[in-house]
Design a protein around this ligand. Sequence first.
Ligand code: SF4
Ligand code: SF4
Length: 187
Amino acid sequence: MQNYEKMNDIFNTYPPMKQKNVPKESLLEHSTRYLKKICTGFYSLIQGMDITLKYFLNPKKVITQQYPENRDTLKMFDRFRGPVSLPHNENGEHACTACGICEKACPNGSISILATKDVSGRKVLGQYIYRISQCTFCGLCVEACPFGAIVLAKDFELTVYDRNELTWVLNKSKSQGSSDTSQGEYS
Ligand code: SF4
Ligand code: SF4
């Protein structure tokens, strides 16, 4: 009984908060507020679609690449890193001396330099083996080469069905059909 009285005292001391009187809106005010909200929502939608609308009205400015339709004209950006390539000099020769520094620099074992000797007994490049399946395109081999003999090409369509086609011999002469950016021949 005592507890009940105590609780009553508490309720009497802290009566429930009364709701403040909210002024009633007229129909005109309500409609105006409603229309304002619709306009604000529509404006924010337009703001959100600003870029989309600009390109829709001016399709010449569209910067999205239409791949693969643009395959013939598509140029990869300067910092793109593709597969390792052995470019030719003006005489159609590779600058590689088969020193093997790039092979040592590669953290993934993607490169094997098979050296041989020419008629004068000088060490020359026999085969430059490149396993693209192990390559992460880090570029460490390119940085390590003291002769600037290798580059990272811009090729990017590299999918094949047979994993054996992912091991390449890079030193193929131009007369054998190799370009400076392509992989030469498969091993
Ligand atoms: S590519 Fe450069 S680092 Fe590699 S073997 Fe040839 S010369 Fe040496
Ligand atoms: S780019 Fe990197 S992973 Fe690829 S062959 Fe060169 S060093 Fe190795």
